[in-house]
Design a protein around this ligand. Sequence first.
Ligand SMILES: [Zn+2]
Length: 334
Amino acid sequence: MSEQHLRASPISATVDFEADGVQHGFLRLPYSRDDSAWGSVMIPITVVKNGEGPTALLTGGNHGDEYEGPIALFDLARTLDLAEARGRVIIVPAMNYPAFQAETRTSPIDKGNLNRSFPGLPDGTVTQKIADYFQRVLLPLADIVLDFHSGGKTLDFLPFCAAHILPDKAQEAKAFEFVKAFGAPYSMKMLEIDAVGMYDTAAEEMGKVFVTTELGGGGSATARTAAIAKRGVANVLRHAGIIQGEIEAEPTTWLDMPSGDCFAFAEDGGLIEFLVDLGEAVERDTVLARIYPVGRTGVKPFEVRSKMKGLLTARHYPGLIKPGDCCAVVAVPV
Ligand SMILES: [Zn+2]
């Protein structure tokens, strides 16, 4: 569908993206419902603009149960010094705000997974309306896009910043310079299981420099992963030339996901016992985990084996697993 056939977004911003200064406001999305006839979803947003310069669009809470991004961005929104900034920073700490409020990956309103809803629809569900607003209003304003993710309640990751292999090699190289600048303990050439409908894909197809993260998981954040997020976003703004100062990065281990063999999916459900922890080296055919059928005792557990040599980079979380769940990800140090 071409954009000219789409109606205008129902979302209105209470901030002016072209005005200099620091503005804290909302993206107001009309949402009529039982407990609020003419009500709205109010998505917090901060715009910091100081004259001409690049625009960074910084987002967290694309999935509502991932916390490093919201922590870093609620913090940045109140601490970013206008006098130090050149250009524009647009901060949305919790993109899928209904999901964030519910502490769930998807929206409790429409079950929409925002990161599978792009390009969205202005006359669709609440989640589709949010996607459409980012697609047609916010992404076009941006030069650099940083979208924070973590594992949420059902995955846990080694902390990494990532970009994708792209057809446009200049765009890809710029993205990996930002990954390096972010300065996470791990840096990833990331392969997606299914890139259709992702914010990442929308931004990349628009030619934007897009970087993302996976900084932990399990439905909370640690002191370490929150600190990685805060330092990383400041480094990204420094690398973009929006704020001054030296990049503060620790040594990073570069990882690659060379094929779909990185992923191990559960073919049976049950109680999962990991035999390898995150960051440990594995060989091809290493048993990563056992899945015990829990309907009765005395049954041999299923084994989940690595299909390649590498590091255990992600694992299922917390204790029980269902058939089809992503059990583990093994990535290759490069
Ligand atoms: Zn996510």
